[in-house]
Design a protein around this ligand. Sequence first.
Ligand code: ZN
Length: 342
Amino acid sequence: MKIVYSPDHAKHHPKTYIKAGSFHEPQEVPGRAEALSKGLNEAGHEFIDAKDYGPAPRAAIHTPGYLHFLETIADRWRAAGMDNEEVLPNIHPGRHMPSYPTGIIGEVGYYTTDLSAPIGPETWEGAVASSNVALTATDIVLDDMSDNAVAYGLCRPPGHHAYQDQAGGFCFLNNIAIAAQHALSKVKRVAILDVDVHHGNGTQGIFYNRKDVFTVSLHCDPIDYYPFFAGHAHERGEGDGDGFNLNVPIPPNTGDDVYLEYLETAKTALRAFAPDVLFVALGLDAFEGDPLDGLSITTEGFGRMAASISELNVPTVLIQEGGYNRDHLGANIVSFLKGFEG
Ligand code: ZN
């Protein structure tokens, strides 16, 4: 399979991770992409460098204010004399707070959803590189468009928790949304199938009012799991997008066999929508040994999941999202791609 990669992912290297009130070792680190690329290299996959698409594709998804924030905040933060080199919020606008902030602390709270997307000196460059990986993989598929056209973008940092104007959940630019919008310059209908263990809340939010992008997410039930406030079955889209969002929450610790039954629900909906191109938000954190501890998919199970998705016979762009057990990421991505290629 064609693997699109950029070494610039390493420019984003978080030092801070706060979870449930205490400091933890950061999970979304350059070693993830190194583990994935090592496994793919050893399995003999073909590597392709990401191209630079310039600012237009990201401006088609994200707001001007948010893009300006992401690009400039690390320098402004340092210039303002903050002690920590990483930008982190200490307040978010609550449900009853109506005003746009004028100071830097307020701005950080306004453009982030949580504490898990620290912005370092070169986070912007890393995030831009990640979106270019997704775009390059998309063009490989658009240039082919046979039923078995496929490419894999080794995106890092991930993207599916980023909204049009908010970073969160390790995500800054929504790579798969940027790529899906790019595809719509050549095709009419695209679908996004998110199999990351976490609900793809940013992707859902971006396309919630649209019917040309069908968003489907299978994930650990958010009733007591990140992102908590989105990902429930009753969220089905709004306005023109009513009926074009499908959430399939899955009970914690579900294993391969039952997971594949839930996947059939998603596939039935995807067949009915009949996309020209399918995007898969490929998180590997549904793994039984993942530290984020949601579902219980085995290495073999990722191959079965991929084989099942490939039965849709649609040109497919695979976009890397989460996955945090670095000892198993290589084996899990190799299993998935092998299953997909049959
Ligand atoms: Zn995830």
